[in-house]
Design a protein around this ligand. Sequence first.
Ligand SMILES: C[S@@+](CC[C@H](N)C(=O)[O-])C[C@H]1O[C@@H](n2cnc3c(N)ncnc32)[C@H](O)[C@@H]1O
Length: 322
Amino acid sequence: MSLERGYEQQLSINSNHIDSSVNEFTTAFLDSSVDQEIITLVSTNRRDIPPIHFGLLIYASYQFALLDTQNQSDLSDISWHEAISHINKHNLDLLEESILEKHVSITSPGRYSALAIATKSLFDNPQDLVVLDAGCGYYPMGIGHSLEEYLPYALDQESNNLVESINGNGFPYKKALAVDIQKPEPAWAAACTWQPLDQLHDTFSKFSEAKNNVSSSVEFQQLDLIEKPPNVSENVDVVFLANVLYQLSDQQKEKFLSNINKVIAEDGIILTADYLPGGSRKREFTYAVQSKVLVNGDISPGQNLFYLDTASCSQIRTADQH
Ligand SMILES: C[S@@+](CC[C@H](N)C(=O)[O-])C[C@H]1O[C@@H](n2cnc3c(N)ncnc32)[C@H](O)[C@@H]1O
């Protein structure tokens, strides 16, 4: 299938998206006069992007351009049809720039609570571990943020054991290195969320505030992990790959993993948070945290540790509860 065809197919999937704001946007975009032009722009210039990543990149880029042009009161009753024609008139350059350069970066603190719980279940002393968060997204919202308030229904609701075990301990690792190809930017993080337009500006303010809330135990490095490994002073014990691999083609994945291989300790592990094969937002508990290892440069199929209700992770089940 041609890339262009793949992108069009992804748009038709997004016009039936489970989230109504993505759905509304896609319908308005396909009705607009610029849809073909933008599909051609992407299929010519962003051959690195798999179709599954593409529809959401367009959506996020429009939200980003809109944040740059509108103030909060303008957003309160604007429709996607109006917003798209407004951007086409006033802010097409910024729109095109983000479509050409950016990566979708939906960051969820809940995922990091799930990963902290998983780490705790595998290691006696997580506070001695060096962790690499590869493809960290907007890191103040994930690993750099306090983990306690997320995942409130974690695990066994009768004993509540694992929730207690991460609560109250502050930052749960010795140190963490958070790496992403793009630098943390509140406006882009807000643009990547799936919220109704009237909430976009509030989300942007919330993320700007979160930026001041970064743990001093997290070091951030901006780099492309397909191109090079992170700079480390000691090898890392645990690598988090949370919702990252789906954005990479097979060829990119191989290079990305080979760079991780260069910094992981001999007995280090990888924890992934991802949908299981065939999993989806429409079917609860098909999202899982798995522990994996690298074998001859490839990632092992992995062992399921926990199942989560969705990718935003507000409820968790153990493998034996499943
Ligand atoms: C969907 S976000 C997930 C963010 C975060 N890990 C989470 O689970 O909440 C995927 C992230 O991977 C990053 N990414 C994609 N390709 C990358 C690369 N080649 N090197 C480093 N980061 C990359 C994107 O910029 C994006 O922030």
